[in-house]
Design a protein around this ligand. Structure first.
Ligand code: SAM
Length: 212
């Protein structure tokens, strides 16, 4: 059972979404509510919104990621969306990419405490400097689309995809990024994803590289 002051009680949707990993998701919510707030990675007033705003919102990327994919979560911060995704999808191998030392340390502790170090690793590096190819790059709240393409295309293309959680500004960002997408021979589409009927739908941007 989760202490209501320590991440808040898991909503009914969380039991459905996280299924066998619900206990680990509760543990992660409690890490965010305590150390995440103390270390300034999560806003002080977000303690009672953690499930809806962070854990359940994060897993909206899941349907856009194929089985057994190699995933890099760019600018992972406190582990979002990478950690909830890894908890929900034990088939994935996830790299949490985060350049800031304090945040990378937070991630290392969280991965260790959640016991997911066999399939989740932390790399302290900027996306532009990271040299490895993945099936999928995920990200949330890192940069507008044009900058995101400059930082991440080499991580997922050719053959892979970028799956980004986005806000209402995404349509305008895509207009600004049109030339960059064309230059890199990438296609982009946005859809609304709803992980559970009780959870607000969120915009998911999928950018794909040329195939073959
Ligand atoms: C606003 S936070 C978002 C964190 C998390 N993705 C979330 O949704 O809560 C942006 C994160 O991107 C990271 N970041 C900034 N520039 C980056 C870069 N060039 N490569 C990778 N990460 C970067 C920051 O250190 C920060 O942790």
């Amino acid at each position: 059972m989760t202490n209501p002051l320590d991440g808040g009680p898991a909503p009914a949707a969380a039991a459905v979404v996280f299924s066998d990993a619900l206990e680990q998701a509760e543990q992660y919510a409690s890490i965010l509510a305590s150390r995440g707030i103390e270390w300034g990675l999560i806003g002080p007033r977000e303690g009672d919104k953690l499930w809806e705003r962070h854990l359940l919102n994060s897993v909206a990327v899941s349907p856009s990621i194929h089985d057994d994919a190699l995933v890099v979560d760019v600018g992972s911060g406190a582990g979002l969306p990478g950690i909830p995704l890894a908890l929900m999808r034990p088939d994935l191998r996830v790299t949490l990419l985060e350049p800031l030392e304090r945040r990378a340390h937070f991630l290392t502790l969280a991965v260790d405490e959640l016991g997911i170090g066999d399939r989740v690793r932390v790399v302290r590096e900027r996306a532009e400097e990271h040299r490895q190819l993945y099936d999928v790059a995920t990200c949330r709240a890192v940069a507008p689309v044009t900058k995101l393409l400059a930082w991440t295309t080499h991580l997922f293309s050719p053959g892979g995809r970028l799956v980004a959680l986005k806000g209402e500004s995404v349509d305008g960002e895509l207009i600004k990024a049109a030339n960059e997408l064309k230059k890199r021979r990438l296609s982009a589409r946005v859809h609304l994803a709803r992980v559970h009927p009780d959870v607000e739908a969120t915009r998911v941007l999928v950018v794909e590289g040329p195939r073959g």
